[in-house]
Design a binder for this molecule. Structure first.
Ligand SMILES: O=C(O)CCC(=O)C(=O)O
Length: 195
């Protein structure tokens, strides 16, 4: 049976959330495996006329041919490895929808971050369901409505699941800000369906 998820109805979109999709001992093991086995890469993006390192490491896994372009980077999927395929299946089961790709983000400490953006690339389809699981240090995940400025926030901790769905990506931007708190490593996986 999929776990009950809390539904948070926002203006123009919906989130579903549980703070603990996996139990604590599993989370520690999963974090260790993801840190060790994911093909983490330092990507660079062009900003202010310069190639700057992204403030996090990333990796893209998925079915062959499911390429994903964001921030000017064309990502060819790496083949699923066992741990990430098991997580995909567990998350699909809980969310009730299939996923054929995942973006992995590694935040090494509080200086790593992700700036305001929306997951609205054409290959995600019109109203994508995006399922985000996190392991390791808790970090704030912020949402902002582009027209009204309304805000929502989640503290995404070890083993949490957050789903963004409906028209949310047309109306809200999201980010993970830097923090001056001393925080450890965090891994976030966002499962997606590439059309
Ligand atoms: O690390 C997170 O919680 C957010 C990841 C994210 O926004 C993304 O992959 O688009």
């Amino acid at each position: 049976m999929p776990l009950p998820l809390e539904t948070i109805a926002l203006t123009d979109g919906t989130c579903r959330y549980t703070p603990q999709l996996f139990d604590a001992a599993d989370c520690d093991r999963i974090l260790e495996v993801l840190l060790r086995e994911t093909a983490w890469k330092q990507e660079h993006i062009r900003m202010f006329g310069r190639q700057l390192p992204m403030p996090r490491l990333t990796a893209w896994y998925g079915e062959a041919g499911k390429t994903y372009k964001y921030s000017g980077l064309l990502n060819e999927p790496l083949p699923w490895f066992p741990e990430v395929a098991l997580l995909r299946d567990a998350v699909s089961h809980s969310v009730g929808t299939p996923f054929n790709s995942v973006l992995c983000n590694l935040y090494r400490d509080g200086t790593d971050s992700m700036s305001w953006h929306t997951d609205d690339e054409r290959e995600l389809g019109r109203n994508p369901t995006i399922a985000s699981i996190s392991f390791g240090a808790e970090r704030n995940f912020l949402l902002k409505h582009v027209r009204t400025g309304a805000r929502a926030a989640f503290a995404l901790g070890h083993g949490s699941l957050l789903i963004m769905e409906g028209p949310l990506q047309h109306h809200w931007v999201h980010r993970v800000p830097k923090t001056s708190r001393t925080v450890g490593v965090r891994v976030n996986l966002t499962f997606r369906w590439i059309v």
